[in-house]
Design a binder for this molecule. Structure first.
Ligand SMILES: Nc1ncnc2c1ncn2[C@@H]1O[C@H](COP(=O)(O)OP(=O)(O)OP(=O)(O)O)[C@@H](O)[C@H]1O
Length: 517
């Protein structure tokens, strides 16, 4: 009865502790990956991060749910059992316990081997989720190029690698279990042999020998479980090491302790000698960029792909820290103010928009969940999305994302623009965010955005000249440097790269004034 009672308590509490530990670790892990820098996320594949957050964390939970309590139980059982055996008969006790050192040695060897292979297996499983994740997010590309057989083969290859290693691991474990059973049976045989002799010579009674054998049988189970414990230890040590290596990482981009909020009064942006290279990159992505902008101004950024336009935008929002130079907003270095206040003041409308699985309204209000329906509608109207939404049966309640209505590339971009406009930031960067929108709609969006442009600095990054020719100043970038600066008219008159681009896009002879209207 007592055993039943305590087993129930043990099961309940050990599971409770395991789940509570996993819950706390899961939240700490999620919190960490929310705050680690873009450089970290560029380096780590999301498949690996998911494996770490699911499998490694589960291994640690299992240890707390079953391994830890088993360790206490085994120590108690082996300690007490061993004491009772030895105190009854020293010779027989030693014989009965002779298998324990062998099992301990065998387990240690197995622990080391399993530990190594577990790490390798995790890597192979990570490869598996990476291939699957890539495949799921590239369904269209795969179908468009008829690459299903190739994808299948790729998945098969990584699956087979995981299977081979899993097999090897089973082999190690089974050999270990067999060796342990064998050594126990030998010890039992010895006890019967020697103990039988002692009974015959009258040294001990049949009852004592029987109780010895019963003890050994009781002890057998926990001792055999040493193997499982060893396995659980090996897994937890490895998984915990990986998990804590990530938990111990300090986010490269964070607010200094006690950093004040950014205060914007005049609304002046100063970029000084900005230089930046991505980690491990051979080339410098930005090289000595300097410019200034005031509230009410629109700055256009143009240049060939890879010239550093997006990198510059990302540095202004402090997604990365510059290697050299600084960015000041109203005289405050953006590294000295709280990150939250900076990200409220600087919003970058990304090239790709991500739709969360929720209503259109919630998607637009993502940056400000407390925004009113009216504010959402206004932002969406300025982004030329309102009419489209009005045509949907559920209007702003329409579910979008993976399980909802899909939006076209242009509609997604407009939703992205509405999401940014809603926040009404001090510095608004459009990073090629109108590329998928037709020129007519883009012109209407521009007009609506310009109506409130006096309150902020607007930076427009685009490849299409018509998107930014109206800007107060246009910066032409090449290889991470600003190579030309001026208004549309001035740059045309300069006859340099901008003029050449203009000729390429509009042909010679088109009056710039008409375009710039
Ligand atoms: N995460 C990254 N890691 C390493 N190098 C990068 C990374 N992102 C961009 N780069 C490199 O930095 C340089 C500038 O890239 P960036 O994306 O800023 O160019 P861009 O002018 O915005 O290009 P596009 O017009 O194609 O958007 C390029 O040489 C690019 O290869």
């Amino acid at each position: 009865m007592l055993r039943g009672f305590f087993t129930t308590l043990q099961n309940y509490f050990s599971e409770y502790v395991g789940h509570q530990t996993a819950y706390a670790l899961r939240l700490a892990y999620y919190d960490r990956i929310q705050n680690l820098s873009f450089e970290f996320h560029n380096r780590m594949h999301s498949g690996d991060l998911i494996t770490l957050g699911m499998l490694d964390l589960e291994a640690v939970r299992m240890f707390f749910s079953t391994g830890l309590i088993r360790l206490i139980l085994l120590t108690l059982l082996i300690g007490l059992g061993g004491y009772m055996l030895l105190s009854t008969s020293l010779t027989l006790g030693l014989l009965a316990l002779s298998f324990v050192p062998f099992v301990a040695w065998r387990s240690s060897v197995t622990q080391l081997r399993l530990r190594g292979t577990w790490l390798e297996l995790q890597d192979r499983l990570s490869d598996l989720s990476r291939v699957m994740e890539e495949n799921l997010s590239s369904t269209r590309v795969v179908r468009a190029f008829g690459a299903q057989p190739y994808e299948m083969e790729k998945y098969h290859a990584v699956s087979a690698r995981a299977l081979t290693l899993a097999h090897d691991r089973v082999g190690i474990r089974v050999r270990n279990t067999s060796a342990m059973t064998f050594s126990f049976l030998i010890a039992m045989g010895l006890v019967l042999w020697v103990g039988g002799g002692m009974v015959r010579s009258g040294e001990i009674t049949v009852g004592t020998l029987t109780s010895f054998l019963t003890f050994m049988t009781i002890l057998q189970m926990p001792v055999r479980q040493l193997g499982m414990l060893v396995n659980s230890f090996a897994r937890t040590a490895t998984c915990g090491e990986r998990l804590f290596a990530l938990l111990d990482l300090e986010p490269a981009i964070s607010s200094r302790t006690g950093a004040p909020d950014l205060k914007v009064e005049q609304g002046r942006l100063v970029v000084e000698d900005l230089t930046y290279s991505y980690p491990d990159a051979e080339r410098t992505s930005l090289d000595g960029i300097s410019f200034e902008a005031r509230r009410g101004e629109t700055i256009g950024l143009i240049g060939p792909p890879g010239s550093g336009k997006s990198t510059l935008a990302h540095l202004i929002a402090r997604y990365h820290n510059p290697d050299r130079g600084r960015i000041l907003i109203d005289g405050q270095d953006i590294r000295d103010v709280s990150l939250g206040s900076l990200r409220r003041a600087v919003v970058v409308t990304q090239q790709d928009s991500f739709l969360f699985t929720t209503s259109l309204e919630n998607n637009i209000a993502y940056g400000d969940p407390r925004a009113t329906r009216e504010a959402v509608r206004r932002a969406s109207d300025r982004a030329e999305l309102d009419q489209f939404v009005a045509g949907l049966p559920d209007g702003y309640e329409t579910a979008v994302g993976e399980r909802g209505v899909s939006l076209s590339g242009g509609q997604r971009q407009r939703m992205n623009i509405a999401r940014s406009l809603l926040l009404d930031p001090e510095i608004l960067v459009f990073d090629d965010s109108t590329a998928a929108i037709d020129a007519g709609t883009e012109a209407r969006i521009r007009k609506a955005v310009t109506a409130t442009a006096d309150d902020r600095i607007t930076i427009i990054i685009a490849h299409r000249l018509s998107s930014l020719m109206h800007a107060d100043r246009i910066l032409v970038m090449e290889d991470g440097r600003i190579v030309e600066t001026g208004t549309h008219a001035a740059l045309l008159a300069l006859g340099g790269r901008y003029a050449a681009l203009h000729e390429l896009q509009f042909g010679a002879g088109t009056a710039p004034e008409t375009e710039a209207e």
